[in-house]
Every structure is written in structure tokens, then in C-alpha cells.
Write a protein that binds this ligand. Sequence first.
Ligand code: TXA
Ligand code: MG
Length: 337
Amino acid sequence: MDTKIINVDGSSFDDDELQEAATLLREGEVVAFPTETVYGLGCNGLDEDAIGKVFEAKGRPQDNPLILHIASNDELYDLAERVPALAEELMEKFWPGPMTLILKKQSHIPDKVTGGLDSVGIRMPSHPIANRLIALSGCPIAAPSANRSTKPSPTRADHVVEDLAGRIPMIIDGGETGVGVESTVIDMTVYPPVVLRPGAVTLEMLREVDSEFQLDTGLEPGKTPKSPGQKYRHYAPKTKVVLVEDDADILRELEGRIPMFVAIMGMSDFVQPWDKLMRFDLGDSIEQVSANMFNALRILDHYGLQVILAQTYREEGLGLAVMNRLKKAASQSTNEK
Ligand code: TXA
Ligand code: MG
């Protein structure tokens, strides 16, 4: 299949530029598009055949549910049942934006979207292209991240091209995504609500709204993960990733290795002194680290390195989401060369 790539400038575009994509979505096809977190692979979330194509293109396990993307708050009431007042408060505060609410689903939502669960994830993205595309398509858009399953989420259109060219009819290139990590996923079917995946709507921000917000304890042995996505291999570069906190950690990892086959990624001042290594400067703030991290992992993975040393960050604010993704990359990358 030929993949058409169209360039759209998120800060100034008109509806005409998105009509072809909206028509494809309406007709049951899949389209990759930018959101403020990562690129999504979208389809009509009420069309089972279209949903099947998303799973197929991604190579994703069928029981891992998709989230539905909407263009305005009211659309949620056509999809979710029993919307708690606290969910409405969160919608008011953080939508449009990088937050997914898990709510009890209405019966017309296909099991294919929810992986057979009786809940559904819903999010209203703030990216102007995503928002307008959803509105023009006229349907809720089911969209996982637009990567092949087990690859890091795509934050640039060329990441999507790398993973999905030839498998999908269209990619909308809207430049870099911005936030860089996927949305905060919150289980609102329980009280206190539980953060299943940390993101840019941080635990601290949520606890300002209600101090009872909990963080999922995650993958404890023998426990069924609440967010089905957590049990799958994720964010795993082929190259081994080791988390390093300080010089002593770095020196220990360098023992017995050839410096030119070792990469170090982190903030500018952290990577700067290590000029014998391949340095990947992620920027000067946790926001920049978040925006650039997946790109760094993808690029460094092309070099056949012995190891990627990744700086650690304090697990607070956006740092919690960044560390969550880095830990997955580190725990699941295995084939050290
Ligand atoms: O930022 C994002 O959320 C991006 C952009 C494209 O919007 N999308 C995204 O989708 O990251 P995906 O499918 O890669 O991740 C959605 C996560 C998965 O871990 C999935 O298991 C979880 O949300 N999830 C979806 N529905 C759920 C449900 N009903 N209950 C629990 N977890 C759910
Ligand atoms: Mg994903």
C-alpha cells in the first residue's frame, strides 16, 4: 500500500487540508496524525473493521484496549455512562489536553475498542490538527500511539514513517509533538481515582483537585495490571539501556566497554563532560527531556551500540512520567552486544 504523507502547519491551516484525511476516517480507513503528546494512529472508533486495521498495522495484541478521542466535552456523554462530578471537574480543568479518563462505557461501544472491558478510555487532545480532524470526521477516533507495538511512541512524523509506511494509507506530518510522553491515564471508575499511567497532567496537579488521587502500584508479581497496556513489552530499544544517576554509575558501566560504542543521554550539563562517548543532549529542563526522549532512543538504537546510559530524574511532576518510560526501556532491553 502506498502511504500518502501530507504536511500541515498546526499553527495555520484550513479545513481543506484535512478533508481527505477526515474522509478516509469516515470511510473506515486509518490515518496517523499528530497530537500534543505523541502521534496517534486513528480510525472510526465505532467501526469494528476499521479498529481491526489499527491492531493489524501496529501488530498490537487484541486485548489491549484503545482510547477514544473526542473534539468537545459534550461528546463524552455519548460514550460514557455515570460520569462522576470529579471527572467533570477534571475535564473542565485539563481538557483539551494530555489526560485520558477511564469511565464506564455505554453498551454501543464495540468490545474491540475496550478489549472486552466494561470501561472505556476517553481523551480530548489539544493539538489543533488532532482536534480539527476529529471534528471534521464526525466520529470518536480510536487512536493508540502510531508506533509498531514494542517500539517507542512516535514524536515526529518520520518515526511513524519508519514504523508504518506501506501499512497505512496516510500520515499527517504536523512536526514535533511537544509533550513527548503519552497522556496521563486515570481510572475514574473507582474512588479514590487511580493514575494508571503518569503523564504531563501530573499527580501533583491532580491532587490539587482532590488530595485522594492514588498512583497504581503497577506490575507487582502475581497481580493483574489494571491498565492492560502495562503487561506488554513497551518502549524497548534493541540496545541495552542502563539508568545512571552520577559519575560513579557511569564509570562503573564504562568498565570493559569501548567508549565509542557507548552513548549517554541526558540534560546538557550531565552529558557535556563525557566527550569520549556518543552524547545525546536532551535539553535543559524536564519538559525538554520529555519532548526529546523517545527520539533519542530511536536514533541511538540505529548505531549498534553496546549500551545507552540514560540519566535519571527526580520522580516528581513530569519527572514521574519520564522515569516511568525510561524504566520500561531499561528493564526490557536485553540483547547487549
Ligand atoms: O497520549 C496518548 O494517550 C496517545 C495519543 C495518540 O492520544 N495515545 C496512546 O494510546 O498512548 P495507547 O493505546 O498507546 O495507550 C493507551 C493506554 C494503554 O496502556 C491501554 O492499556 C490503556 O491506555 N487503556 C485504554 N483503555 C483502558 C481501559 N478501559 N482501562 C484501563 N486502561 C486502558
Ligand atoms: Mg502506545
